[in-house]
Design a protein around this ligand. Structure first.
Ligand code: ADP
Length: 491
């Protein structure tokens, strides 16, 4: 595969830390490489934040929160800055699409269709909120004016993963800024580039110094320093359940607010009366979009007996039509997985599936030996307690199980420690409605798979999927505190 560096000019991409409005190296001078997962070549080396840089970033964020232009700005002014940032992203979207695609291994067309528009929409939505965050007057006594208003929660430590680097960052940053908070953002070590791009564009859009600080680095270094920092008021995290547990413990030390968007093992229940062709098509994209590296990927497909074989055959047929390849090639419909480590983890799960007796109907192997490509893989004959039915794989691997009645379907669907999303396919509206109530998931899709929208809350119902909600009005609550004022008057 030819080098992307022959065709893509990365010389203008920021690679330093953004702290207090200044671009700086870390005190240690350390840098780390970010790779193109399709070729394993180094794209750029980025300054690595450690505890000292996180301290400086939190100080800058605290200062910007309390004094200076941000603290006194109106909501309308904050909204205008967010709108300008969204406009810059729109104007330069091709540059950003390219950067995100090569850093995260996403097919260009998918980044163009999904990641970028979703990030821009999110910014514009919260730009609209910035001057509409209102309080409430609550009548208590005649000799008092008692009211509640909403104040920024404070300095937000945002830690995001590598599967949707830009979109996940914006999901935290946009509502936090709309609410008047300041932010220290730690992008994932595997995909730091789009966050740095965002930081530069934010400055250009007029965001005052110190309001958005960006500290690329590793989880055990910058990440751990950020979540245990006494001056962080809220930790907004998307990532693995293991890291979520670590963060929850760390947050206990200073009783910091947390929001945790963690894993998924989402079930997709297909009844015999479903539109089979649509169910197959959308389950395939739900399972293999972003090479399955999606917290809400359709990883467990639970199919009614009478259509089981036809479904499995259709899904495998569709999986085989996916074109695995370099994200920059316009024919590519599925890119690599993010890293050697992830690839090995996924191949380990595929092995475990075979050993536990499931049948790989298609796929099941690495492709080539440069770049982290794994074939889209469909397992049939999966039992409820198998590893591939219980654990999040975060790769292009889907497990199909069968059921004979609704109760059994529900039992299978709700039979994991996850609770992020679920789908049900049926033409019976009563059953669809009933199932949507009974499925244990923060989002339930009926006769579709995967759509999300900035306006709708997103998050798990506890357990390994985490707590709290991103997006929608819920995020405004996340990044504000209610403050009660009791103003005594003489009646
Ligand atoms: P994955 O294993 O899929 O990479 P992680 O939860 O490890 O998922 O990563 C998500 C984000 O959490 C990344 O930005 C990563 O650097 C960060 N992270 C990992 N470990 C820690 C930690 N101990 N403290 C804070 N952040 C962490």
């Amino acid at each position: 595969m030819s080098s992307v560096l022959d065709t893509v000019d990365l010389s203008r991409t920021p690679t330093r830390l953004l702290i207090g409005g200044e671009w700086c190296e870390s005190a240690s001078g350390k840098r780390f490489a970010t790779l193109n997962p399709a070729t394993e070549e180094v794209l750029l080396e980025v300054a690595e934040a450690g505890a000292a840089e996180v301290d400086a970033a939190v100080d800058a964020a605290q200062a910007a929160l309390r004094k200076g232009p941000w603290a006194t700005m109106t909501g309308a002014e904050r909204g205008r800055i967010l709108h300008r940032l969204a406009a810059l992203m729109r104007e330069r979207s091709e540059e950003l699409v390219l950067l995100e695609s090569i850093d995260a291994g996403k097919p260009l067309a998918a980044t163009r269709r999904m990641d970028l528009p979703a990030a821009i929409d999110c910014l514009e939505y919260y730009a609209g909120w910035a001057d509409k965050i209102t309080g409430e007057v609550v009548p208590t006594r005649r000799d008092a004016l008692t009211y509640i208003h909403r104040v920024p929660v404070g300095v937000v430590g945002a830690i995001v993963p590598w599967n949707f680097p830009l979109m996940n960052a914006v999901w935290k940053v946009a509502p936090a800024l709309a609410c008047g908070c300041t932010v220290v953002l730690k992008p994932a070590e595997l995909t730091p580039l789009s966050a740095l791009w965002l930081g530069r564009a934010a400055i250009e859009a007029g965001l005052p110094a110190g309001v958005l600080n960006i500290v690329p680095g590793f989880g055990a270094g910058a990440g751990a320093a950020l979540v245990s920092h006494p001056d962080i008021d809220k930790i907004a995290f998307t990532g693995s359940p293991q890291t979520g547990q670590f963060i929850m413990r760390a947050a206990a030390e200073h009783i910091t607010h947390i929001g945790l968007e963690l894993g998924g093992k989402s079930p997709c229940v297909v009844f015999a009366d479903a539109d089979l062709e649509a169910a197959i098509r959308q389950t395939s994209s739900g399972s293999f979009f972003n090479a399955g590296q999606v917290c809400s990927a359709a990883t467990r497909v639970i199919v009614e007996d009478s259509i089981h074989d036809a479904f499995v055959e259709g899904l495998a047929k569709r999986a085989k039509t996916l074109r695995l390849g370099n994200p920059l090639d316009s024919a590519t419909t599925m890119g690599p997985v993010i890293s050697q480590r992830q690839m090995e983890r996924i191949l380990g799960y595929i092995d475990a599936g075979r050993k536990e007796g499931a049948q790989a109907v298609c796929g099941g192997h690495r492709v080539g030996n440069a770049g982290y490509f794994i074939e889209p893989t469909v397992f049939a004959g999966v039992g409820k307690t198998m590893k591939i039915a219980q654990e999040e794989i975060f790769g292009p691997v889907v497990s199909v199980m069968r059921f004979s009645d609704e109760e059994q379907a529900l039992n299978l669907a709700n039979g994991t420690a996850y609770s992020l999303a679920a789908a049900v396919w049926t033409r019976n509206i009563d059953r669809g409605h009933r199932m949507s109530h009974q499925l244990n998931a923060g989002t339930v899709w009926v006769n579709t798979y995967g759509p999300t929208d900035t306006r709708l809350p997103w998050g798990g119902m506890g357990g390994q999927s985490g707590i709290g909600r991103d997006l929608g009005r819920a995020a405004i609550d996340n990044y504000t505190e209610q403050k009660t004022v009791w103003l005594q008057t003489r009646a």
